[in-house]
Structure formats: C-alpha cells, structure tokens
Design a protein around this ligand. Structure first.
Ligand SMILES: [Zn+2]
Length: 974
C-alpha cells in the first residue's frame, strides 16, 4: 500500500479537512520523517478522502463493518494477555486463533478497524482501534522487554533465534507455526492504527516492539537470517521500512534490508520465473516489501523485482478471475487448464496482488495495471464475501463446484484475517492523482475530495450493470487540471465522453487514458460511455476452454443448488457446440439490466444460464466451459447416453434410496445411532460411527433377491473395519483403506431371502469395535438383484464411477521393478530388464498394497499396449513421494510431493508423438516419503475428453489429505 501518501493526506485531514466528522482525538499532524527517494508518479488518495456511494461495493463495506463490530476485541486479545502473564478478560477465539498463529487476526483486526474508520469516519471503529491499542500497551508493559504477542511459545522461539539456534522449514520456525508471519500482521496493525487514525500510542508500541525485534536479530549472521526466512514471514521487510519512514530510525531500514529473502528475490531480480512449485502467498508480501522500500530508498533492483514478479503473476499465472494458485502453490507458467480444483485462487493472494498493483501503477500509470486491478477486485474480491459476511479462503474454480465460506467466529484462517480488510478499502484505488491530474481507474460510485485543489469529484454510476458513468465537479474556484479516464480493455465499441453535454475527443493516449484538460468550475458534468458486450477468454493452454464475460463482469454458468443430486453425473457441467460462431450468436440475454444470459441451443446435454459470478452464492457453477466439435460431442454423447441407460436400469432395480447424512431422509428411514457423526466431503454427505453403530430402515422386496449397494470414499485411511447387518444378521465385513483414492466407489452386498423373511422393511446396521470406525457411508440403495453374474455387475458399477469421462487403456498390470539404483538407460525401451523383479501394480507397505515395497526408492517398467493412438491419452497416478514418469524414454512428469487423490498426467507433446501401435514403455522412478502404511504408488492409463485437477506440488500441510482443513486440524494436535 502506498501508505506514505496516505500519511501526507492524513496530515491534510487532521489539519484542515472537513469532509469527515471532526475527530475527538485532537491529534497533532503526523509527520513523515523520511522523504521518499522515488515517489510514485501517481499517488492514491487517502482512504479518508474517498467515500463510497450506494452500489455493490458500498454494500460489501457495510457488511464487513457489521462483522468487525460484532467481533469481541477481548477475545482477540486473550492470548496477548496470557502470554504477558495477565488474566484474559474473555476466552480466546477458536480455529487458527487458538493455534500457532494466534494473534494474526488481532493484527488484521487493528488494520481493518483503522481502514474502516478512514473509509467512513464511523467513531465506533475508532473506539475499537483505541481500545485494542491500549490493551496491547498493557500487555507490552507486563512483558517489560518490549515484546508483545499472542504466539504460543513466542518468547521461547525468539530467545532461541537470538542465540543463533534456528530450525526452520516452510511453515515452521523452531517448532512454532510461522511466528514471523504473525509478527508482520501485528506490525502492520499498529502502523495502520497510527497512520490512519493518528493513534500515537500505536507508534510507541510498534517502536518498542521493533527495538526488541532488532535485538533478537542483532547477533545473527547473514546466513542465519536467510535460514530464518526459509519459514513464511509475511512482509517484515515492508513494515520495517514503514517504521523507518515514521520514525527516521535507520536501524529499521537496516533490518528491512536483512529481511531480504535471497533464494526467491535474487532470481526474480535476474528476471527468472522461479515461481512454479513455490507457495504463492509466502512470496507476494516480500515483493510488496521491496516495492515499498524502492519508493523510500530509490533502489532500482527492488523495483525491478516487483515489476517482474507482477508481470509474471498477472500475465502467466492468473485465472480469468484475477486470482492465482492451486492448492496454494504456483504451477508452471501459462499452464492453467489442468489446475482447476476446489482449492484454487486463495483470497489472501489477491489481497496482496492488489497491494502490489498499487505500487506498480504508481510508478507507471498504465491502464493495463488498472485493468488487472479491476478484474481481480470485481471478479475475485467482490465474489469472496457472502451477503451474511462470511468470506472465502480458496475460491473454487473446479467446474460444477461451489463457493465455500469460512466460519466467522471459530475459523480465523489467514483469509478471514485479510478478509477483514478487503471490503473496507474499496476506496483506495478508484482515483489517483499527480500534481495537476486525476486518474480515474475504477467505476465505483464514490466521492473524492482533492484537498490540494479544493475540488470534490463525485462519480455516479450503475457500473457494472450499466455502461455509463457521470462525474460532477464541485470547486470553490475554477481549477485547471486533467481528468484522465481509463479506457478499459473490455470496451466493445467507441468510448464516448462529453463535458456539459458537449461531445469530446475520446481517443486514449499511449497509457490507455482519455485525458480531458481544461479549467473546471463547480457544476461541470462529464458523462462517459464505455460500451460493453459479450466476449470470451480462453485458457492460455487450451483455446477451447473458455470463460464468458459481459464487459468486465465474469459470467458463471449457474448449474443448480448445492445439494443437486445430479451434481456427480457425467456432463453435469455441459459442453458447448459453438461451431466457431462468435459469442453473441450463441448467448442471448434473459434480462440485460441484471446481466442474466443463457446459452442458446449450443449447450450439451443442456443449455445453461450465465449470470454474474460476483453476486452468485449458494449455487453450483462453473466459470470455465469446454468448447467441443460436433465429432467430439458425438463420441461423448454415445458414452453419456450409455451412462444414462445404465442409470435408468439402476432406477428400475431400485427399491429404496437413502440420502444418508441428510436430516429428513434419515428421519424417514428411522435412523438410530451411537457415537455416530455426519458431515460432508467432496460435496456429498456422509455418516460414520466411531466405536459405535448406526442403523436405518430400508424398503425391501420379499418376492425378489435383494441387494444392498453402499457408496464409500476411495481415499479413506485409519481403522475402518466394520460389519454390515440386516435384521440382526451379519451379511458382510467391510474394510475401507485407500481403495480408490480420489473417487467414490460402490460395493454391492447380496442379502439372503431368509434374512428378509417375507417382510417389506429391513433394518440395516453398520457397527464396529470400540477402536474402529464404521463407514463413512456416502449413500445407500436397496436393489433387486440383476440376472446374471453378480460379480460382473459389481465391477461394472465400480468402473462406471471415476470421472465418467475416461476410457481405461491397457497399461500393464505387472511391472518389472528394482529398489536399488539401476544402470543408465533404465527408462529407455531397449534396456534389458530381464533380471528385474516382477510384481502387480499397487506398490507400498499397506494392507491394500499388491506388491510390498517399503524401501526409499523404486524403479519400474511397464507396457502400455495400444491398438490405436487415443486423442487425449493420460496416465493417472496416485503416490506419496516424488515421482518421475517417462513414456518411451520421454519425461512426462516430475511430480513433487504427494497427491491427495488420483491425478491425471497428460501424455502430451513429444511423448504423445512417440506413442505407437503395439507396445509402449512406461517407466517410473519414485522416492517414498510416506510414513503411514498405505499404497504409495499406483499408475493407470486412460484416454479422456475432460480433465481433472492436478495438484502436483508439495505443500506439507496438504500431504495425503483430501481436505486441507483436516490437516490444519491435525497440525493443532501435533
Ligand atoms: Zn489466506
């Protein structure tokens, strides 16, 4: 954030500004102690100079303020007090606030209340700031050495660090979860309290705390500093340079320069994109820090790093929403097609990219930067808040998935923290100014006061619903300046500008702005028309995977309610047969005023509504749609119809269905239980019993052979051996353990007619011993048995699950393998592997492993035998550890870390060209890092039309977990 100019304007506000209510804290003007060596050309206005007017952004601001006011500061302060040896005044909040990063939300809360106060002048928020700062002051006093913090064991960690005893990993410093990340939030909160509300105690506390922090690092070598920075540390370089500006104390600038993470920043300075595989949000705050520092010191290398990083992320790693990352990590540049999952686009990352964009725009006021800002602000940020105030961590881009919200009072994740700030600072980037010009970057209804010129500019608009906006000027005296209006990238037709009704020349300059220079007087009106139309954008690596926009607004295909029972069916997300026609030929408006559209005859198997993504909540959706040719669809349609037919047959055989885990269906089936839990996973409800049981009644047909079909999740772990009983008689014992990672699967159990005993209702019971779990059961059906071989039927049902769009290719079921280093050429076709061992696929040391393997490494060779070359061949792989995969000697994947499910590895490029009819060699080298007994390596081959998410990068928090939150919770227990 360009806080120094905000500082200047805060001075203006306290000194002479009358737009806000007068503050009661009659503060003296704040003084910036250090002059900027490289001030930006375009300065943002202080947030206190801008007021939002009615519209979607003002609504979001109001919702966010209600949430901030509902938080109890004493609960956020509880761990600050207990760490200082004081009695907490209330119980601390749960979630992350009860874990290693305790206190991070305290920092965010302080920043958010200060921002919200600046944005509105609402005194209640000032009271929050003052109370929180005052309480931190008491804690600091009690600690006596300058330290203040809520981090559990924070004192122990920093004492060890000060003594040079440093143990760091990605998210761990000396056994505690990212303490420096948490410290950065606190520094930032204190800075914002000082700069935005004039609270001088905040500056005093921050100064004492930083003096303590300087001492902690005083005796460390540069190598030790670099070692500390292996662990995520937020933007310490930013807050340290800001404190230097606020105090003039050079020691803080010196420490900012020592918090310069060379491993990441040096290659970026050399313009190398080393981002693939890196944890995304660990990096951005460091870049914001160097951007900030450049403005103060004039260091051009810092600026080069920031510009390069911004360009790479925006133009090579971002989705159409303006968000980036999958499973919190960067992938390869310009490869986004196979990276669509429920865990894409973390909101913190967008928060930080918007901060960085403020700097980059300031140095080079180009519409390209503002275009990105607008895209991300409207389509990600404004999307990320539910009308009830909950916010989103990862904004899912998985086709057919939904927005998932964070709990407001017991989650307190990183994105809840940044989420407190996001919606109270929409005013910060609408306008920028130079000495004699104002840039208008965003078309958000608002009023800005430009004190230097005694001018107020009011913008009224229904954007993005409407394509016009109006500016009205109020000025005590006529003023000469230029009004520079951004010409956005999405305009469809001529931009029109008129001043007091008179049409003006509206050609954009080389920076993308329409500039009107004149002497302005009160009452002048500027009308602008920025024509909008339908348009599409493609994936960088797949021109046929597209997103539809109306002007700036991303449209999502609205697929159905969250609990849509059809959501797991093939082609739930339709494809488009557009025949290369322009988008306005196959999308028609239902209601143009509210931007409601519909595909017109091109959706297969159905047309869909296209609606603005940002206000879409509680619905299943996709923002990406696949364009098919008629031939592709014909092939898929046959498969789809076959699926439908199979489903129809299943329906005719179905006697009863239980939607387990749902209240009414469970009540209808007389569900009873002991030690049973219910929940949701991958969009489906489940129930289990832990050292207990659950039972329910199902209709049966006494005149037929009955079968019970149960749906399970293929990635289960733990002790899940349990019995299934019908009318008190055991019909089966079932064990669930990594059966089909990443997929649901069905098991069908035959029921003896004797057990049914001529009745029409039977009681089904799942039970386990005290140490075990029964289930999770994800659904249940009572069926009339099919004629013929029941075993064959089971297999068919099982293979029909998966992604529903793949054909299984004949990859060898037995592999040649060695566990000791083979000689060179082991991955080539002509290599002699006759002395290698042979074993069936599924290598590991768990019960489900088909071939036992528990040594560190393994090399495998197998055959893929093809009659013809499929259009989209891929390998599907599940593993724990690092794996390299070769097809005919050509590397197709170098996968780091664990996959939480079967992930696809497309066989593309040279590897695909190398495929031939007959035998093809697949060679695999794997390194095992798994600890729990399980299958560590399984490879299959399929041909597919669609694609599935491919989380290929290591994040220790996600190892082996389908649900990242479960891992966070596990971390808590450790
Ligand atoms: Zn986050």
């Amino acid at each position: 954030m360009l806080t120094h100019s905000r500082l200047i304007l805060v001075i203006g506000y306290f000194a002479c500004f009358g737009m806000l209510d007068q503050t009661t804290s009659a503060e003296k003007p704040l003084i910036q102690k250090v002059k900027s060596a490289a001030p930006p050309l375009a300065q943002p206005f202080a947030l206190s100079d801008v007021r939002l007017l009615d519209g979607p952004f003002k609504q979001a601001q109001d919702i966010a303020i209600d949430y901030l006011l509902s938080l109890e500061p004493d609960r956020l302060l509880a761990n600050f007090r207990s760490e200082a040896g004081l009695k907490p005044k209330a119980e601390h909040y749960g979630g992350w606030e009860s874990q290693g990063v305790s206190g991070h939300c305290g920092g965010h809360y302080l920043s958010a209340c200060a921002l919200a106060y600046a944005a509105t002048g609402d005194k209640r928020l000032l009271d929050c700031v003052n109370y929180f700062v005052d309480e931190l002051g008491h804690c600091q006093e009690a600690n006596a050495d300058g330290y203040v913090g809520a981090i559990p064991e924070g004192k122990r960690v920093y004492a060890e660090v000060a003594a040079g005893n440093i143990r760091s990993a990605g998210f761990d410093l000396n056994g505690v979860w990212v303490p420096n990340y948490t410290m950065h939030k606190l520094f930032a909160g204190l800075r914002d309290a000082y700069r935005l509300t004039g609270n001088r105690q905040a500056l005093e506390i921050e100064t004492k705390l930083t003096d303590w922090f300087v001492k902690v690092h005083a005796n460390l070598t540069d190598d030790q500093m670099q070692q500390i920075m292996v662990a995520e540390h937020g933007g310490l370089n930013e807050t340290l340079v800001d404190l230097y500006v606020d105090t003039g104390d050079e020691r803080y600038l010196a420490l900012s320069k020592r918090f310069h993470h060379k491993q990441i920043l040096d290659p970026l300075a050399a313009q190398k994109d080393i981002l693939p595989g890196e944890h995304a949000n660990t990096q951005i705050p460091k870049i914001v820090g160097v951007a900030r520092r450049h403005e103060i010191t004039g260091d051009t290398e810092d600026q080069r790093i920031a510009n390069f990083f911004w360009d790479r992320v925006v133009n090579h790693h971002s989705y159409v929403t303006g968000g980036h990352c999958d499973h919190e990590h960067f992938g390869p540049p310009d490869e986004l097609n196979n990276r669509l999952s429920p865990w894409t686009t973390e909101t913190c990352n967008v928060y930080n990219m918007l901060k960085l964009s403020m700097h980059v725009f300031g140095w080079n006021p180009s519409s390209k930067v503002a275009d990105f800002y607008e895209r991300a602000l409207l389509n990600h940020m404004r999307s990320s808040q539910h009308p009830d105030g909950r916010v989103i961590y990862n904004l899912s881009l998985q086709p057919g998935h939904m927005k998932e919200y964070q709990s407001q009072y017991d989650g307190f994740t990183c994105c809840v923290g940044t989420g407190m700030e996001n919606h109270v600072k929409y005013g910060e980037a609408i306008y920028f100014h130079g000495a004699d010009n104002v840039w208008v970057n965003l078309f958000i209804p608002s009023k800005v006061q430009w004190t230097d010129h005694g001018v107020t500019l009011t913008q009224t608009t229904q954007w993005p619903q409407q394509d016009t906006t109006r500016f009205t000027i109020e000025s005590l005296q006529p003023q000469t300046f230029s009004l520079c209006i951004r010409k956005p990238y999405w305009t469809a037709g001529e931009t029109e500008v008129s001043v007091n009704g008179k049409i003006q020349e509206a050609t954009a300059d080389q920076h993308g702005y329409v500039m009107i220079e004149r002497q302005w007087k009160s009452g002048d009106v500027v009308d602008v028309k920025l024509p909008m139309g339908l348009r599409t954008e493609s994936m960088p690596d797949n021109k046929d995977r597209i997103a539809v926009f109306y002007g700036p607004t991303l449209l999502a295909a609205d697929l159905g309610p969250i609990d849509d029972s059809k959501a797991t069916e093939p082609f739930y997300v339709p494809v488009l047969l557009t025949d290369n026609q322009p988008v306005d030929q196959w999308v028609k408006a239902i209601d143009r005023n509210s931007l409601q559209f519909e595909t017109d005859g091109v959706g297969k198997p159905r047309d869909v509504k296209l609606v603005p993504f940002y206000p879409l909540h509680e619905r299943r959706f996709t923002v990406y749609l696949d364009r098919y040719t008629s031939e592709q669809w014909a092939e898929q349609e046959a498969k789809w119809l076959a699926e439908k037919e199979k489903e129809k047959q299943l329906e005719t055989r179905t006697i009863d269905v239980l939607r387990i885990g749902e209240m009414q269906p469970e009540r209808d089936h007389n569900l009873k239980s002991k030690n049973s839990h219910a929940g949701e996973h991958q969009g489906r409800k489940w129930r289990d019993a832990r050292g207990g049981w659950f039972s329910f009644e199902m209709q049966v047909d006494p005149t037929a052979a009955n079968e019970l079909q149960c749906t399970y999740w293929g990635g289960e772990t733990g002790n899940r051996t349990f019995d299934i009983l019908v009318n008190g008689k055991k019909i089966a014992s079932q064990t669930l353990h990594q059966d089909q990672p990443g997929e649901f699967f069905n098991v069908v159990y035959a029921i003896d007619n004797e057990i049914i005993g001529g009745q029409t209702i039977a009681t089904v019971r799942m039970e386990c011993t005290a140490e075990a779990m029964a289930g999770g059961l994800f659904g249940c059906r009572m069926l009339r048995a099919e004629q013929g071989d029941p075993e064959a039927n089971i297999k068919e049902v099982e293979t029909s699950i998966g992604d529903g769009q793949s054909t299984i290719l004949p990859l060898t079921s037995s592999w040649r393998y060695v566990t000791d280093y083979p000689s060179t050429g082991w991955n080539l076709a002509n290599f002699d592997d006759s002395d290698w061992q042979v074993g069936p696929s599924g290598f590991g040391d768990g019960e489900q492993a088909k071939t036992h393997w528990d040594s560190g490494q393994i090399w495998q060779r197998g055959n893929l035998s093809l009659d013809s070359i499929p259009a989209s061949p891929q390998l599907k792989i599940y593993h724990r550890g690092d794996v390299q995969v070769y097809v005919n000697g050509i590397k197709v994947a170098d996968v780091i870390g664990n996959t939480p499910r079967f992930v696809p590895l497309p066989i593309e490029g040279k590897a695909k060209q190398s495929l031939k009819q007959g035998e093809n060699l697949v060679a695999v080298h794997a390194t095992c890092i798994g600890e729990s007994p399980m299958i560590v390596l399984r490879v299959e081959a399929t041909a597919t039309q669609g694609s599935a998410p491919a989380p290929l990068y290591r994040d220790p928090r996600f190892d082996g977990a389908a649900d990242p939150m479960a891992v966070w919770n596990r971390q808590k227990k450790c």
